[in-house]
Design a protein around this ligand. Structure first.
Ligand code: 5GP
Length: 202
């Protein structure tokens, strides 16, 4: 028998290093996958459809909202992003743990609808460092960077209702902290009790 998959919901202002952190732990934990979201944003250079995102036309995204196909969705920095219900159900049933790299609005929707998710917030060490990281990234225009910095102030306030906060100052330390959360959560009594009952016939 296997336990149900665990849902890890990870949010952060862009530039906090969330994507790199998530990739790092996905490479380490064989039972952990990244949930691929739908978005109306255009692909950035190097992004692959079905791997980074499912890139959808606005009309298709609207259709999915109307059909109730999203577990959550939100407008972020002028584009729509959403997690398909189907994706979550498939992973949960086959016992695969999944990381949802989503914004605070989507995380809030899941918190209201789903039980048992683990909510993790990644913070940059400071606002100055956040700006420096976004400037260096050069993937986005100046306007986009400004919009993201303004959004960050609001997002950081939302961190208070998450289960864990990780400050990504030294990357290797942040990886260790995230790994610790994932390991501890997989050992929660409620998640392993069924397995114990089966193994020890109690
Ligand atoms: P980016 O465009 O930089 O890949 O992502 C922008 C923001 O959208 C990030 O904060 C990311 O976490 C968020 N995001 C990505 N996928 C989803 C999703 O499925 N739902 C929600 N609510 N936010 C998402």
């Amino acid at each position: 028998m296997h336990r149900e998959g665990i849902l890890y919901i990870i949010s952060a202002p862009s530039g906090a290093g969330k994507t790199t952190l998530c990739k790092e732990v996905i490479d380490i934990f064989p039972n952990l996958r990244h949930s691929v979201s739908y978005t109306t944003r255009l692909p950035r250079p190097g992004e692959v459809h079905g791997q980074d995102y499912f890139f959808a036309a606005p009309a298709e995204f609207e259709r999915m909202i109307a059909a109730g196909e999203f577990a959550e969705w939100a407008e972020v920095h002028g584009n729509c992003y959403g997690t398909a219900l189907k994706t979550l159900e498939e992973y949960r049933k086959c016992g695969v743990d999944v990381i949802l790299d989503i914004d605070c609005q989507g995380a809030q929707q899941l918190k209201e609808r789903y039980h048992g998710g683990v909510y993790i917030f990644i913070l940059p060490p400071s606002f100055q460092e956040l700006r420096r990281r976004l400037d260096c990234r050069s993937a986005d225009s100046v306007e986009v960077i400004e919009r993201r910095i303004q959004g960050a102030a609001w997002e950081i306030k939302e961190s208070r209702w998450y289960d864990y906060i990780i400050i990504n100052d030294v990357f290797s330390k942040a990886v260790e902290e995230l790994k610790s959360v994932l390991i501890a959560e997989s050992c929660r009594t409620g998640r392993v009790l069924e397995l114990v009952a089966e193994k020890f016939d109690i």
